[in-house]
Design a protein around this ligand. Structure first.
Ligand code: X90
Length: 275
């Protein structure tokens, strides 16, 4: 059996016609731990964190959680959030080694997305597409490593509070926003870390600047996936702009799950595209 697995930063809850499962990260405060399961109420979870005044954290899945997800399959594809910001890729690899020492015939490919949310979605969709074409395990691994280089990730955020609190961006960068309608536009660096691109005043300017970055990246009409945190309108504005400039492109928007919602925060979006 072929199984497809991603961590919950991937933002998908299910995937039709294949055996797909997500392994949750966790979000927590000193008094509560929230598992990023597919049925998590995002609105309530965000309210909880905004109302909580102490520190809040996240944690990657345990080795055991990965091992449990491998059970029963003989060919496994795992997509993780960037190793540049999370221990998730590492814990998946520890699980892979351990699992293969007990099940030497099981093939496991763990791909470091160097991205998150929509970047993970694009990788997963590509793996599924290659398998449908009848590619072997080795061919899929090889083609995915090449495909990864064609992907770009952009994100527009209203607050960097949770990223800064957890050491994923510097406090200096974070303090530049949070007032006067300032949004930050960022991108994933080659190493899968956060690189800030521009400060924009208001959503309209944010959409314009995102479009101009995509143009600069030499985007030619490839697939686009967008995740948003309670900002469907902003995502729609991006979709509309992209369609009016590039025509009938394959573009889809979904709400972010817990992990990306926690870090991208209300009003944020994350966009992945093939360049
Ligand atoms: O292991 C953990 O506890 C998870 C840590 C994840 C930290 C960052 C998640 C960011 C999610 C924010 C904008 C996208 C940045 C992606 C750059 C590669 C969303």
């Amino acid at each position: 059996m072929v199984k497809y697995i991603a961590d919950s930063a991937c933002d998908l809850k299910d995937f039709p016609d294949i055996c797909f499962e997500t392994v949750p990260l966790t979000l927590s405060t000193d008094s509560r731990t929230i598992v990023d399961s597919p049925d998590l109420d995002i609105h309530e979870t965000l309210d909880y964190f905004y109302g909580h005044h102490g520190r809040s954290y996240t944690a990657c899945p345990s080795t055991q959680a990965w091992i449990d997800s491998f059970e029963g399959a003989d060919e496994i594809y795992v997509v993780t959030i960037t190793s540049g910001l999370s221990g998730t890729w590492n814990s998946a690899n520890v699980a892979k080694k351990q699992y293969q020492s007990d099940h030497p015939d099981v093939k496991i490919y763990v791909v470091d997305s160097l991205s998150t949310g929509p970047g993970e979605v694009l990788l997963l969709e590509k793996i599924v597409e290659l398998k449908k074409l009848g590619k072997s395990f080795e061919e899929v691994c090889e083609e995915i490593e090449k495909y990864k280089d064609t992907l770009r990730l952009y994100f527009g955020l209203r607050s960097l509070h949770n990223l800064a609190q957890n050491g994923r961006v510097s406090k200096i960068v974070a303090s530049a926003i949070g007032f006067m309608n300032i949004r930050i536009l960022g991108t994933a660096s080659k190493e899968g870390t956060i690189q800030s691109v521009a400060k924009c005043r208001g959503d309209k300017k944010l959409v314009e600047t995102t479009l101009s970055e995509i143009r600069k990246a030499d985007y030619k009409g490839g697939k686009i996936r967008i995740c948003h945190v309670e900002s469907a309108q902003l995502a729609q504005a991006l979709e509309d702009q992209l369609r009016s400039e590039y025509g009938a492109i394959d573009i889809k928007t979904i709400p972010a799950r817990g992990l990306c919602s926690f870090y991208a925060e209300r009003g944020g979006f994350i966009l992945g595209c093939e360049c």
